[in-house]
Design a protein around this ligand. Structure first.
Ligand SMILES: [Cu+2]
Length: 335
């Protein structure tokens, strides 16, 4: 074990972040509420038969969410006052609602506010419809790799069916979260590395690759990933790169248009410098860690269109795991 040089300074910031369960400041009546309980273990069987354990946030009011990984989405409407309560249960955790303009108290970043040891209610009000995600921000590099995340979707005030006000409508919606797994990290304890201990968190060697919790050997068939639509329908794919790789994505034989990036619409008249981006068939488009892209497709010809998702090393650009870091799925378009 290698200790860092200035232990005192690290102790104040790294080892001992404040753990607290304060009342929510400036609390008002919410329009919608959520409960997320911290760190239930969800086993996932990988292509080689090995079982890797992930941690989820369980919706305290929904038994089905106990086995869901990624965690059950939080879905709200633009302008609503949202109360999202964490019940930490095991150890301390936080919820960072990534992309919301929250106050520091409500931002859920453990090291700049506090970690929640029992319960805290985050209060925020989303102002921009689009695709976001929520995740634990305690010992972030580890807890995020352990899977403590889920989609956070902000619908326009009138509800689902349109990406944002003035944006495109859709008939079919898919949520794709790309993830990569270094199984060595999944054997660590909650606080590994927080005191500057050399636990090997600077080495990330992903061996398994998944889309929305589905390992690569099942992404072509599992309905959590595979898309089924009819000719003429408009398909919305909400993409989230929840991996520690650069994700390079190709949709073979189909044109699409990126109408949203990181929770912002791209054809908003108030932001004329941002324009929808055409994604040409067969071309590769990249997402860095935590980026979201909202794609709209409207296929005119029936077919089973292949989607290829490559996980590439940030530095070398090579496909992870000696070229094996690939997931494929199908957009199945029926007449
Ligand atoms: Cu956590």
């Amino acid at each position: 074990m290698v200790r860092i040089r200035d232990e005192q300074a690290f102790d104040a910031f790294g080892c001992s972040p404040l753990k607290a369960d304060p009342p929510t400041p400036d609390r008002v009546n919410p329009d919608i509420t959520f409960i997320r309980e911290g760190a239930r273990e969800v086993p996932v069987t990988m292509p080689d038969g090995k079982v890797v354990s992930f941690w989820n946030f369980t919706d305290g009011r929904d038994d089905a969410s106990k086995t869901m990984w990624p965690s059950k989405p939080i879905r709200v409407r633009q302008g609503q006052v949202v109360h999202s309560t964490i019940d930490a249960k095991k150890g301390s955790h936080t919820i960072h609602h990534h992309g919301m303009n929250s106050s520091t108290y409500n931002d859920g970043v453990g090291h700049v506010s506090f970690e929640v040891s029992e319960k805290y209610t985050y209060q925020f009000q989303p102002h921009s419809a689009g695709t976001y995600f929520y995740h634990c921000h305690k010992n972030t590099v580890l807890h995020f790799e352990m899977g403590m995340y889920g989609f956070l979707i902000v619908d326009p005030p009138e509800g689902p069916g349109r990406l944002y006000q003035g944006g495109p409508a859709y008939d079919v919606e898919a949520l794709w979260a790309f993830d990569d797994v270094d199984p060595r990290w999944h054997e660590m304890n909650h606080d590994a590395g927080m005191c500057g201990d050399d636990e090997g968190l600077d080495r990330f060697e992903p061996k398994y690759f998944l889309i929305s919790g589905v390992p690569s050997h099942k992404t072509r068939t599992d309905p959590r990933v595979r898309i089924t639509a009819k000719v003429g329908q408009r398909i919305l794919i909400r993409c989230l790169n929840a991996s520690y790789s650069i994700v390079s994505m190709r949709i073979m034989g189909l044109e699409s248009t990126c109408f949203g990036a990181d929770g912002r619409g791209l054809n908003d008249p108030e932001r004329p410098w941002m324009q929808p981006i055409p994604w040409h068939a067969d071309d590769a488009y990249e997402l860095a860690t935590a980026q979201r892209r909202d794609l709209i497709l409207q296929p005119t010809v029936p077919g089973a269109y292949k989607v290829i998702v490559e996980f590439r090393d940030w530095i070398t650009g090579k496909i992870q795991n000696n070229g094996a870091g690939i997931c494929e799925t199908i957009i199945n378009v029926k007449a």
